[in-house]
Design a protein around this ligand. Structure first.
Ligand code: MG
Length: 370
């Protein structure tokens, strides 16, 4: 396809409650939406979900925006584009910038699906029409507050909860949460890399809480500790921040560093790479699931289409809009009987509401016009 126009809309969003993790607190964010129109008039939307104020895999919202507008867009518009070729390590020699690439590339996938009069889910070979979803519970000052939020999420209908942990905020928290939810409930934990090799004994002691997995206990480059923990503990080990590229995924699998992988399309540089990783994980029989990055409805819609692919075997972190935002940019995603519906409309199946784009605090800029 040939690109006719690219616009960016910045939409301030207020989080209904801040999400605290071992590496910082998310208070609010501006959704950075990308609208791409092709030469036949098809329009697609993507979202740049790089976080502000929290360091996550080294790409801040500000740097990612600059890369998108100054590096990637000027190059992208020179070419006839096919999404099947848009691997993150391609892009005409521009390295890295995964969140920025994903924002543009996911808008192009939306266009690509609409051109075929299909939903993105259909184009991707999705097998589910609705998905049981999970929710993340961040850190709080007291254990009682963590338990209270967990129970609120359980009552809202979430099929599983993932509790954020960090050194000093772990064993007692998980004991209280497991006690509150009962032995059967699907419980996971995520440390965002906060532990070191000396903590392996402590992390093995979490086996007694029957967690579905421990996510990213150690630093992204510390595959040895992940492998040792997986070997010694009965609990599965899931990688998130360690897997940004296909070569990192293959290396982690070859070294036995995980038996579950969290695929965030934004972190891995786009939907094309997420599909390729999905296929590798299916081939190796490794469980995987789709992670979220506080997406608005735009990013959430494409993540749901991806999460409906057959190799994403575990509950994704893709909550209802109300988990994070008082009002969403698109029609809201609503939890029904623990399920979110995979959009079936053309492309990603949603678009920004006209009344949202008309708001005075929304800035819309045309970055390219042929
Ligand atoms: Mg994580």
């Amino acid at each position: 396809m040939r690109i006719e126009r690219i616009r960016v809309a910045r939409v301030p969003l207020v989080l209904v409650s801040p999400l605290r993790t071992s590496d910082g607190a998310h208070q609010s964010r501006s959704a950075v939406l990308v609208e791409i129109t092709d030469s036949d008039g098809y329009i697609g939307w993507g979202e740049n979900v790089a976080s502000s104020g929290v360091a996550y895999v080294g790409e801040s919202a500000e740097a990612s925006y600059a890369a998108m507008t100054q590096l990637l867009i000027p190059e992208l518009v020179k070419h006839e584009v096919a999404v099947a070729d848009l691997f993150a390590d391609g892009w005409w020699g521009i390295a890295g910038q995964h969140f920025a690439k994903h924002a543009l590339e996911s808008a192009l996938w939306d266009v690509h699906a609409r051109r075929q009069e299909k939903s993105l889910a259909e184009v991707l070979g999705a097998v589910e029409t609705e998905i049981e979803v999970g929710v993340v519970v961040g850190m709080h000052d007291s254990i009682d507050d963590v338990v209270a939020e967990v129970m609120m999420r359980v009552e809202e209908g979430y099929a599983r909860v993932k509790v954020k942990i960090a050194p000093g905020h772990d064993v007692e928290v998980l004991a209280a949460v497991r006690d509150a939810v009962g032995v059967e409930y699907a419980l996971q934990t995520d440390a965002n890399g906060a532990y070191g090799a000396d903590d392996i004994d402590l992390l093995c002691s979490l086996d007694k809480f029957a967690l579905q997995f421990i996510e990213q206990p150690f630093a992204a480059d510390d595959l040895d500790s992940h492998a040792e923990l997986l070997h010694r503990s009965a609990t599965s080990v899931c990688l998130d921040e360690s897997v940004n590229t296909m070569s990192q995924l293959l290396n982690a699998l070859d070294r036995g560093a995980c038996d579950v992988v969290n695929i965030k399309p934004s972190r891995v540089g786009g939907i094309r790479d997420a599909i390729a990783m999905h296929d590798v994980l299916v081939g190796r029989g490794i469980d995987a699931w789709v992670g979220g990055m506080l997406e608005s409805g735009i990013g959430r819609a494409s993540c749901l289409a991806i999460a409906a692919m057959p190799g994403f075997t575990l509950t994704p972190d893709l909550s209802a809009s109300a988990r994070y935002f008082a009002s969403d940019i698109t029609r809201p995603f609503v939890l029904e009987d623990s399920l979110l519906r995979v959009p079936t409309g053309l492309g990603i199946g949603v678009e920004p509401l006209p009344e949202v784009l008309a708001r005075q605090d929304v800035v819309i800029e045309t970055l390219f016009q042929r």
